[in-house]
Design a protein around this ligand. Structure first.
Ligand code: GDP
Length: 571
């Protein structure tokens, strides 16, 4: 790069000569006049500095601009284990809202409702549970800012509580815990706190950040506090939206109404939709004919945070479809059609990719140089299965692909193990436990089978597989050794060996092998492990014990019994 004169650099950077000279003074660069030449390094340093300053200015300006936008209400979803009180809490909140209105006011189900308090407004998604939430999220939309995880204080953290937490976290929502049913005498909030702490959520009172609010959805006790905490959290997060931006919303639900035709409930997230606007939601287009809010009022316009019922879509949009504003009918049609075609092409390609027979499958898997992680997924519900697949879809890399060979609801089966073995796949189960026989078969065949109770742990497992392109491998880890010192025969004919544990320990539950002159002659499980006459679970080094093996009755003095466990070797 050639040397550059100061006035040339000023021109390049769009600055006045005097401005640049000032910068040079600050930097301690010597010059005679604006015609002086700068060294390459100095010129580059100036460019860097100016770039940095401008970036900072831009960010500050952006932050300033955002701060001038009006706040919007937080959008809250209520999740938790079945029967822990989600519906009751929603009912209470809905009633408290109506009570403030004139008696007899009609309400309209629009998919979400507002609760106004002196401290601000909160928007609640009107359906409990994570199934709805998951379908919405699957389409890429983010709906809720905050998830209230309801935990019945008499029942504690349950599998669906954990699932709800995982879903909410995955969606990037802030968590807030409502300890419900506090009116019951058997409510045990301390137990719930302990359970949450075990899962890494330390309550504020113990120096953590988890927000817990004791409530009773039945009596309403504490619900005011819950609203206050939601608003406090919202203030910290500083939710803002631009009513003047290009309008954007998300479909919460849609249905075909006998009288009104296609009815879609939409939450407005940005900008302001007006009657007459052309819109596209996923593959569906339309023109907003009418909008109605939860109070049953016709609305001419709907801004950020409003939930409205929309008439005017040509077909049923899906829950979770993002609603976009488009300038005219032509654009609306074209965008919807384009998306339809993209999806069709994607489906065709998918069909091509899908193996039709086992032989196809194997051929596909053996294709050379291909790095892939093959999975068989099992889960407790269709919802969690879909959520897992949805997240996994983003986890593959250019180098390593993730192939889900089978995704089914229910516990892993022996046939899964066979498929996994033939295809070199791992079986990952969420919220379901395989029967012992299936576990055993997997062990025998060297198939990785793992169960998870938290979706994110499962995802982490897949991530590490992708990273290391980890072939699941096993090795036997020796737990302990014992020497056979005497052999007895029981009246039943069964042999028992009197042993001395010479190394490590023998575990009753471990697998064992019998070594004779260093050669393995048998392997299997123990039939009994006793010290004196007592059945014991383990015997440590330096102690004597009596043991029998399942289906083996040919001990000799001097044999060695080795207890081991099969552990996975990580790359
Ligand atoms: P969901 O499955 O989470 O929606 O739970 P529901 O709201 O249907 O509540 C399940 C049961 O618990 C119902 O019988 C409710 O009346 C009851 N319930 C909910 N909240 C409370 C509460 O705060 N106190 C008491 N005592 N019962 C409650």
């Amino acid at each position: 790069m050639a040397k550059i004169r100061i006035y040339q650099l000023a021109k390049e950077l769009g600055m006045k000569n005097e401005e640049l000279l000032e910068v040079l003074d600050q930097m301690g660069v010597a010059y005679k006049s604006h015609a002086s030449t700068l060294s390459e390094e100095d010129a580059e340093a100036v460019r860097e500095l100016i770039k940095e300053q401008r970036g900072l200015e831009e960010r500050l300006a952006e932050e300033e601009r955002r701060k001038r936008l009006p706040r919007r209400p937080p959008v809250v979803v209520i999740m938790g284990h079945v029967d822990h009180g989600k519906t009751t809490l929603l009912d209470y909140l809905r009633k408290s809202r109506i009570a403030e209105k004139e008696a007899g006011g009609i309400t309209q189900h629009v998919g979400a409702f507002e609760v106004k308090t002196p401290g601000g407004t909160v928007v609640f998604i009107d359906t409990p549970g994570h199934e709805a939430f998951t379908t919405i999220r699957q389409r890429g939309a983010r709906v809720a800012d905050i998830a209230v995880i309801v935990i019945a204080a008499d029942d504690g953290v349950m599998p669906q509580t954990e699932e709800a937490i995982a879903h909410a976290k995955a969606a990037g929502a802030k968590l807030l815990f409502a300890l419900n049913k506090m009116d019951l005498p058997q409510a045990d909030p301390e137990r719930v706190k302990r359970q949450l702490m075990e899962r890494g959520f330390v309550p504020e009172e113990y120096g953590g950040e988890a927000i817990l609010v004791p409530v009773s959805a039945k009596t309403g006790q504490g619900v005011g506090d819950l609203l206050d905490m939601i608003l406090l959290l919202a203030e910290l997060e500083d939710y803002r939206a631009d009513p003047g931006a290009e309008p954007k919303g998300v479909i919460l639900e849609s249905k075909l109404d006998k009288q009104a035709g296609i009815v879609a409930n939409m939450l407005v997230q940005e900008g302001t939709f007006r009657v007459g606007d052309h819109v596209v939601a996923g593959e569906v287009f339309g023109r907003i004919r009418a909008m109605m809010d939860a109070e049953g009022n016709q609305r001419k316009e709907a801004g950020p945070g409003s939930a409205v019922q929309v008439l005017g879509f040509q077909e049923l949009p899906h829950a979770g479809d993002v609603v976009e504003w488009v300038p005219d009918l032509e654009a609306a049609k074209e965008i919807a059609e384009e998306r339809r075609e993209e999806r069709r092409a994607e489906e065709e390609a998918e069909k091509e990719r899908r193996p039709k027979t086992m032989a196809d499958l194997l051929r596909a898997l053996q294709e050379e140089g291909k790095k892939e992680v093959n999975l068989i997924l099992r889960a407790d519900t269709q919802g969690s299965l879909e959520a897992i697949q949805h997240i996994l879809a983003r986890e593959g890399t250019g180098e390593v692909e993730i192939h889900v060979l089978l995704a089914q609801v229910g516990a892993p089966t022996e046939s899964d193990v066979l498929l996994a073995q033939t295809a070199g796949a791992a079986i990952l189960a969420f919220g379901v436990n395989p029967p012992g026989s299936v576990r055993k078969k997997a062990e025998e065949r060297g198939v990785l089978l793992k169960t998870f109770r938290i979706i994110y742990d499962l995802i982490d497992e897949v991530r590490s597989m992708v990273q290391g392109k980890r072939e699941p491998k096993y090795k036997e880890e020796i737990l302990g050794r014992a020497e056979v010192r005497a052999v007895f025969r029981l009246p039943t004919g069964k042999q028992v060996a009197g042993c001395m544990v010479t190394q490590g320990k023998l575990l009753r539950s471990a697998e064992v092998r019998l070594l004779r002159q260093g050669q393995e002659i048998w392997r299997g499980r123990m039939a009994s492990l006793k010290r004196f006459k007592e059945d014991v679970r383990e015997v440590a080094q330096g102690y004597e014990c009596g043991l029998g093996l399942e289906g083996f009755d040919a001990f000799q003095e001097g044999d060695v019994v080795e207890a081991f466990q099969v552990v996975e070797v990580t790359a």
